[in-house]
Ligand binder design. Structure first.
Ligand code: ADP
Ligand code: ZN
Ligand code: ZN
Length: 805
């Protein structure tokens, strides 16, 4: 009998051994999917990780035998202590008399994973210390994980008949159905499902001809419509007969059909851009990774377009990664216009079926030349990858937080590119410390583009001293007179304004309302987190804890209070001050529904609204014409956020938000409100002084042992019981200290110390550059396994977050 190793979509380390019935032996290849039994009753779609080979029990590094495991996916953590799951490569005593289960079927004729993808899975699992099964879950679209497999199928869709695609006609149609309430109900349901009910401008969009990638109108299937209205097909047919609705057929996903390859000529680069482009080509000759540091609106995207075109001419594929939120219609349209049907788009708003289809297309003889996608597009198969572009490379959302794998798409993409011998280009106006450091060290190439396209000036940034204004009782809620005046002028001139409030403004902390003092950790350069019910202040990084002082050590006042205010309150207040303004708000709450994000942006772009209030979402890759004023309401919540990266994030956020001002035609004005106007970082933002900012921060990072000089690993322990997790964390801390000594900080309680009924402890590891990470991580794995195997800790969860953000 021959055996293979199979990766299963379970949160478990390593692979599982299965026997291959002789009839299937020829069909099994690395990267094909196989259906396998698991436990007593389960079946999973696994991915074959090795070629069939005889199993020599005495030599093999034993893997789990599924016959003996009792693991259920949802309770895996609970049972891990009693099963024989071994991490990859762990040596155990050979077990004789093992009866490996047989695979049930081989699902593919050709692999769904190319060798590079499989290697990437292993790299991610290994580097981020995540179970391979979790990487599998994150990488493959669900359709490829399902047992029934994926079949492209024709689907019947519904849309309004042409003659009813305007509001007036639509009202007439609705009226005409007054007596046919069931039919009226179907029509109304269609209007709601399609998004037309909420936004009549969608009436102008034609689903049958418009490119689906840029479509805002939601496509509605006949099935969906009948289901939501509990209607019969006969009833529905009435609307078709009346020519109010009509149906059309499409293959699900419908890739490649009907897309007009409306390719326009690529815009010629100006002189500065041409120079940068040539420098990039040169840098790429001698570096695998090159950083393009170009100010906002310098035309980085135009340069990418030229590089993509060059790669296509050289018969290479391109992966273009953007943070999810920046993947707006604006950028998709721009690329579609140039690359037409050569461009595939892959992100979370696409249905799973569509994602499966893109996956399949990448494996076909005619894959997309260019993939524009969010984080998870890094897992797509490529045949001839030649260039990877990571736009807005500083964006923290490239790192997956929860669940595992906690990978950074930038790092994964760089590794992927190297597997193909491809080049990576990182682009941003505000490089991450890590990337800039690598460039300074000569590890990455670097090209700078310091002028905006058409030499539009960088915005003027005016700092407003909120502390002083509050003292003089001149703040109107959170608005300074200067900001209100600027907004008023903009509105009167028919221009637009953006007010930015940091999302992290909600983070619990305390401050002195008289002098603005915020308690800081004496051991780390971060603000302390406020735990209200205990009246305690703690530091995430070293566990330092003390009580909230009853008076301010700075000014003796007793006005020490918790704080944080949100965008909703700002919206209410601004509408009182400017009743004539057309205000919209963009934050997590207002963008929950599909298309809401785009609707808000389009309304603002088209001038339907003229005052936009928002969180960081508004800073992402948007290009507005008429914004003359940007107000940063409160820089301090960013600066005081309890994190060693707070200045880095604050600088980037303020610079990016400022970049939205005065993009075309006119110098923009930014009003930056802060209580810390004399902090160097504020002046660095004002002067657009990235290198000054970088230099000062680098000093700090070195002194306090942070990246880029150290790699951080956070250790999380979770348990239902607080005492148990506490003693487990203490034990784990001392086990880690045995080897790593003072590199270990904690354990302490994270700011959010209980999630999903589990109590959490966190230990911080700071590993200096040059350490042998392979050995370090092996030890970490051992400690983790040992901890989880401890009976007295029961259902303890332990996981690592490598290079946390
Ligand atoms: P960045 O990506 O650096 O923020 P963009 O590429 O978005 O900058 O460019 C800003 C604006 O200037 C866009 O509207 C873009 O179309 C325009 N632009 C930039 N370079 C050119 C060019 N060479 N020719 C025509 N328009 C350009
Ligand atoms: Zn004070
Ligand atoms: Zn501390």
């Amino acid at each position: 009998m021959n055996y293979i190793e199979v990766i299963l979509p379970l949160p478990l380390e390593g692979t599982f051994t299965y026997a291959v019935p002789e009839v299937m032996e020829k069909k099994v290849q690395i990267g094909v999917r196989v259906l396998v039994p698991f436990g007593k009753t389960k079946m999973y779609v696994g991915v074959c990780n090795s070629m069939p080979a005889p199993l020599n029990i005495d030599e093999t590094e034993a893997k789990t035998e599924p016959t003996e495991t009792k693991i259920e996916p949802t309770t895996a953590k609970v049972e891990l202590t009693t099963t024989k799951v071994e991490p990859t490569g762990a040596k155990t005593k050979p077990r004789k008399s093992v009866n490996y289960k047989e695979i049930l079927s081989v699902m593919d004729n050709e692999p769904v994973l190319l060798p590079q993808q499989l290697r990437l899975w292993h790299w991610v699992a290994d580097y981020y210390m995540s179970p391979l099964g979790d990487v599998y879950k994150a990488a493959l679209p669900s359709g490829l994980k399902a047992e029934d497999g994926y079949r492209p199928k024709m689907e019947t869709y519904v849309c309004l008949d042409e003659r009813y695609r305007n509001e007036q006609a639509l009202h007439i149609a609705l009226d005409s159905l007054k007596r046919a309430t069931k039919q009226q109900k179907i029509l109304i349901a269609y209007l709601e499902l399609s998004g037309i009910a909420a936004d009549a401008t969608l009436l102008l969009e034609d689903v049958t001809t418009t490119n689906v990638d840029t479509l805002r109108l939601k496509r509605v299937t006949q099935e969906e419509l009948l289901n939501t209205t509990h209607s019969t097909i006969t009833l529905f047919r009435n609307l078709i007969d009346k020519h109010i609705l009509r149906t059309y057929q499409r293959e699900v996903g419908r890739l490649g059909c009907g897309e007009t390859a409306d390719e326009e000529r690529i815009k010629p680069l100006n002189e500065a851009q041409t120079t940068a482009y040539n420098q990039l080509l040169l840098q790429m000759m001698s570096h695998n990774v090159t950083l393009l540091h170009g100010v906002t609106s310098s035309g980085k995207t135009e340069i990418y377009i030229h590089l993509i075109q060059k790669a296509i001419n050289d018969h290479q594929q391109v992966l273009y990664l953007l943070p999810e939120i920046a993947l707006t219609v604006q950028i998709m349209e721009r690329l579609k216009r140039v690359f037409g049907h050569r461009l595939g788009i892959y992100h979370s708003r696409y249905s799973d079926a569509e994602r499966v289809e893109i996956w399949q297309k990448q494996l076909s003889a005619h894959p997309y030349d260019v993939i524009l996608g969010a984080r998870s597009a890094v897992f797509l198969p490529f045949k001839q990858l030649g260039l990877v572009i990571i736009d807005e490379e500083h964006e923290t959302s490239f790192k997956q937080q929860d669940p595992a794998p906690r990978y950074h798409a930038r790092s994964a993409a760089i590794v992927l590119a190297q597997m193909y011998g491809a080049k990576t280009l990182l682009g941003t106006a505000t490089p991450s410390m890590e990337s800039y450091y690598n460039a300074q060290q000569g590890k990455y190439g670097m090209v700078t583009l310091a002028t905006r396209y058409q030499d539009i000036q960088m915005p003027e940034i005016e700092v407003v001293d909120v502390k002083d204004l509050q003292r003089r009782k001149m703040m109107k809620s959170m608005f300074s007179p200067r900001l209100l005046a600027a907004v008023r002028t903009a509105l009167e001139n028919g221009e637009q304004a953006i007010l930015f409030q940091n999302r992290r403004g909600f983070a619990p902390m305390v401050e002195c309302h008289v002098c603005g003092w915020v308690p800081k950790c004496p051991n780390c350069d971060v603000s302390l987190t406020y735990h209200k019910n205990m009246s305690l202040l703690t530091c995430h990084y070293c566990g330092y804890t003390y009580r909230v002082p009853d008076h301010c050590p700075n000014c003796e006042s007793k006005e020490i209070r918790g704080r944080g205010y949100g965008t909703e309150k700002i919206e209410d207040e601004i509408m009182n001050i400017f009743p004539e303004a057309r205000v919209s708000r963009m934050d997590l709450d207002t963008t929950r529904t599909k298309n809401a994000y785009e609707r808000i942006i389009n309304d603002f772009s088209s001038g339907k609204t003229n005052l936009l209030i928002g969180t960081q979402m508004i800073s992402k890759g948007l290009d507005f014409d008429k914004v003359s004023v940007v107000g940063i309401l409160n820089a301090d919540t960013m600066l005081n956020y309890p994190d060693f990266r707070s200045y880095e994030h604050a600088f980037m956020m303020m610079s990016q938000v400022s970049g939205r001002a005065g993009r075309k035609g006119k110098r923009g004005l930014v009003i930056l409100q802060t209580k810390n106007h004399d902090l160097p970082v504020i002046q660095q933002v004002v002067r657009n002084d990235y290198s000054g900012f970088y230099a000062s921060l680098l000093e700090e990072r070195k002194e306090f042992h942070y990246p880029p000089f150290y790699h951080l690993v956070y250790v999380y322990l979770k348990h239902r019981n607080d005492d148990t997790v506490n003693s487990a964390a203490l034990e784990m801390g001392s086990r880690l200290r045995e080897l790593f000594g003072t590199r270990v900080l904690g354990p302490d309680k994270p700011a959010v110390a209980r999630i999903k009924t589990l109590h959490i402890r966190k230990i911080v590891l700071k590993l200096e550059n040059g350490l042998d990470y392979r050995l370090a991580k092996n030890y970490l794995r051992q400690v983790k396994d040992a901890m989880m195997a401890e009976k007295r800790y029961g259902a303890l969860t332990v996981y690592y977050d490598v290079d946390p953000l």
